[in-house]
Design a protein around this ligand. Structure first.
Ligand SMILES: Cc1cc2nc3c(=O)[nH]c(=O)nc-3n(C[C@H](O)[C@H](O)[C@H](O)COP(=O)(O)OP(=O)(O)OC[C@H]3O[C@@H](n4cnc5c(N)ncnc54)[C@H](O)[C@@H]3O)c2cc1C
Length: 430
């Protein structure tokens, strides 16, 4: 049976366990703990390590990875079903060993790293002992990496990096950063950029400041400056000039995993909206009795279910092809749909909560900002829509002649000609 929307009972049991565990043990952490990437925080060891052990015992640790890397090898569809639980909580991905951007960074080191790089960076990353950062966007250019100017120049056996990077998330707690730099300005950007692994504390690597999103008082997105940062030859990740292929591998996974977690966020907003609808009384009865409230609920449910199906089908396609790049159009479509569904559902839920909804006593403002950030991070919506449209249009040919192929008079004439003999015969017999 090719079409099946049910989860097998064994895995469903694990999901039910994860659902209760996240609700009872992990979601409360969001209210008392700080930054999940700060592994040096003593509260992390005391509160989070024991929970991570319980996740390992259940066989749900690092589900985004194959068994060769200490993961479960469940594939993307099962990961999606788990992530739509984990996405409810800021801390859950860390407790389950699959937090971004470490998950994506681990994936590219696993794919492209040397044995030494894997031992030094990947092993502690997978064990959840360190955090990492991905340093690609520059202050003057993000959506178009061909405009990047950060330089990597050969110096004896090693390399020297110079330039600035912007929004390198969690750089302040990262044990290393993965930097994309121009290693050969004489060829096209697609062949002239390389990735480097730079340990924190390397002389010349400076955090100019940590930038916050929206009203955040404490920012976590590093504005980084690289001034004569010297790294040895073995800091090169993958091949020289291979940065674009590595970035595609990393960002493909990152985008679909964000989408899986976004389902959790949208459902959370939806549940709050429904609770409000049946709780808040007007003189006509509860809000839920009003048709415009019902329309909000119906529209939201339909949009969530549509989005979820798109995400699950894309996850299934990735499992089928085993390569993010072969599913580029679908991942781009998910990426473009994701901020809109989150924005629209959160906006309705926020609105139904009245003044309380826009206040700092509910999570809606942060969720709205989250939707805006999702429309930008990993590339703006427009760029992903362009990818979708270009890939679709590749399968279409221009029509020959003046009229479109669906032009009714032309089609009617062709159909009459095709059936002329048969029609004449029938008419002649009447
Ligand atoms: C929360 C968050 C976390 C992030 N984390 C990281 C990280 O860890 N590492 C990292 O390297 N980067 C990170 N980024 C940066 C992110 O990848 C860039 O912001 C993104 O690629 C857009 O680049 P930009 O901000 O320079 O916008 P610009 O490139 O200046 O684009 C601005 C706007 O111009 C329009 N536009 C741009 N290009 C096109 C086009 N081709 N067609 C149509 N319209 C276009 C769009 O409306 C777009 O939103 C993060 C961003 C956010 C918001």
């Amino acid at each position: 049976m090719a079409w099946d929307f049910e989860t097998d009972p064994g895995y469903q049991e694990l999901l039910d366990w994860a659902d209760a565990f996240v609700r009872d043990e992990v979601e409360p952490l969001d209210l008392v703990l700080g930054d999940p990437y700060d592994k040096a925080d003593p509260r992390f060891k005391a509160l989070v390590r024991p929970l991570q052990e319980r996740v390992r015992e259940r066989g749900l640790w690092a589900c985004h990875l194959g068994p060769d890397l200490g993961g479960q090898g469940y594939g993307q569809v099962r990961l999606a079903l788990l992530n739509e639980i984990l996405g409810r909580s800021r801390w859950a991905p860390s407790v389950f060993g699959c937090q971004a951007p470490d998950s994506g960074n681990a994936e590219i080191i696993a794919h492209f790293g040397t044995p030494v790089q894997k031992e030094r960076y990947l092993a502690p990353l997978l064990a959840g002992e360190i955090s990492s950062s991905y340093s690609m966007t520059e202050p003057h250019a993000g959506a178009d990496p061909t405009l990047f100017t950060t330089r990597a120049e050969r110096d004896g056996d090693g390399w020297v990096l110079n330039g600035e990077k912007w929004f390198s998330s969690n750089a302040r707690h990262a044990a290393f950063v993965i930097v994309m730099a121009v290693s050969n300005p004489d060829v096209s950007a697609y062949q002239g950029m390389s990735m480097f692994l730079v340990p924190a504390g390397t002389p010349g690597l400076e955090i100019v400041r940590n930038v916050g999103v929206g009203g955040e008082r404490e920012g976590s997105h590093g504005y980084l400056r690289y001034t004569d940062v010297r790294v040895p030859a073995d800091a090169l990740l993958g091949e020289e000039g291979g940065a674009f292929a590595i970035a595609q591998t990393r960002l493909g996974g990152g985008r679909i995993h964000h989408a899986m977690r976004t389902i959790a966020q949208v459902r959370k907003a939806f549940d709050m909206m429904c609770e409000r609808a049946v709780s808040r009384e007007t003189r006509f009865g509860p809000l839920a009795k009003l048709q415009m409230t019902q329309e909000k609920i119906a529209d939201s449910w339909i949009e969530i279910e549509q989005f979820r199906l798109l995400v699950l089908r894309t996850a299934w396609l990735i499992d089928k092809h085993g390569d993010y790049r072969k599913v580029r159009k679908d991942i781009a479509a998910v990426k473009a749909a994701m901020p809109r569904v989150l924005h629209d559902v959160v906006q309705r839920a926020m609105h139904l909560h009245g003044a309380l909804g826009v206040s700092n006593e509910m999570p809606f403002a942060a969720m709205m900002m989250g939707a805006q950030a999702l429309a930008i991070a990993d590339g703006p919506t427009e760029v992903h829509k362009i990818t979708v449209a270009r890939q679709i249009l590749r399968g279409h040919e221009p029509v020959e002649g003046l009229w479109p192929s669906a032009h009714l008079p032309t089609r009617r004439a062709a159909a009459r000609e095709r059936y002329a003999a048969a029609l004449e015969h029938v008419m002649g017999n009447e």
